[in-house]
Write a protein that binds this ligand. Structure first.
Ligand code: DGL
Length: 256
């Protein structure tokens, strides 16, 4: 493994681009390899076993391509497969992402916090443990959002179709004073403005992307594997669907 080898970042599709942007901002001299598994999206409505298999396959491909670290830029894959992947590759830094419940809870005294995530993420013990830790401090509402990832993978990241979809999933909370919303799926930061608008811009929105980027830096620093080249790093993008539409969407989300 060399310091100049890429940091691999993967997700079920274009979601992880939201994490990649944080990584590239924090570590501009690193080389990155982004792997979007759009052909198998969405992950969040599949079984844990299927996601474990897909995650293992993704990691094999990325290590074959010379990754020096793997960032699982997917809350769903992190919840069900990060531990087994770390056991399989104990010498590779494997960094995951989890819903940013802590900062959302700490934002106010006794806030009402909505955690938006995939059904699979919210069904895991890992999420129960996370939510239980803050039970006394906040009213935490877990909100599974099946269907949302499919919309985003189709490029629907703003406009009336998205607004109508969000209105429907937030309808039960219409009369509740929501203090903060956690975007517990890496696809959702791409629709942050629409989510904020759905709460009349009165809720504060949190996501785990920047925390994951900082953790990646810490982990590489601790094993002296940060790239010390002075020029800007390179980015290579692979998408398993590989259509023009998905590549255009990937670059659109990356550059906006
Ligand atoms: N972006 C992923 C996550 O953070 C997966 C979404 C999906 O494919 O369902 O959970």
């Amino acid at each position: 493994m060399k310091k100049t080898d890429p940091i691999a970042v993967f997700d079920s599709g274009v979601g992880g681009i939201s994490v990649l942007k944080e990584l590239m901002a924090l570590l501009p001299n690193e080389n990155f390899l982004y792997y979007g598994d759009s052909i198998n999206a969405p992950y969040g409505t599949k079984s844990a076993e299927e996601i474990k298999d897909l995650t293992k396959k993704n990691a094999e491909i990325l290590l074959e391509k010379g990754a020096k670290a793997i960032v699982i830029a997917c809350n769903t894959a992190t919840s069900v497969a990060a531990d087994s992947l770390r056991k399989l590759y104990p010498d590779i830094p494997i960094i995951g992402i989890e819903p940013a419940v802590k900062p959302a809870v700490l934002y106010k005294i006794h806030p009402t916090v909505i955690v938006m995530a995939t059904p699979l993420t919210l069904s895991q013990d890992k999420f129960d443990e996370l939510a239980r830790r803050y039970d006394n401090e906040a009213n935490i509402i877990a909100l599974p959002c099946p269907g949302l990832v499919k919309l985003i993978e189709r490029g629907v990241v703003e406009g009336p179709e998205l607004d109508a979809h969000l209105k429907e999933i937030f309808a039960p909370f219409r009369y509740l004073k929501v203090d903060s919303v956690v975007l517990g799926c890496t696809h959702y930061p791409h629709i942050k403005d629409a989510v904020s608008k759905a709460f009349d811009h009165k809720a504060v929105i949190f996501d785990g992307g920047s925390g994951t980027a900082r953790e990646t830096k810490r982990r590489l620093e601790s094993i002296d594997m940060l790239n010390d080249q002075t020029q800007k790093g390179e980015l290579h993008i692979i998408n398993t669907l590989g259509t023009k539409e998905i590549m255009d969407l990937t670059y659109f989300l990356l550059n906006r």
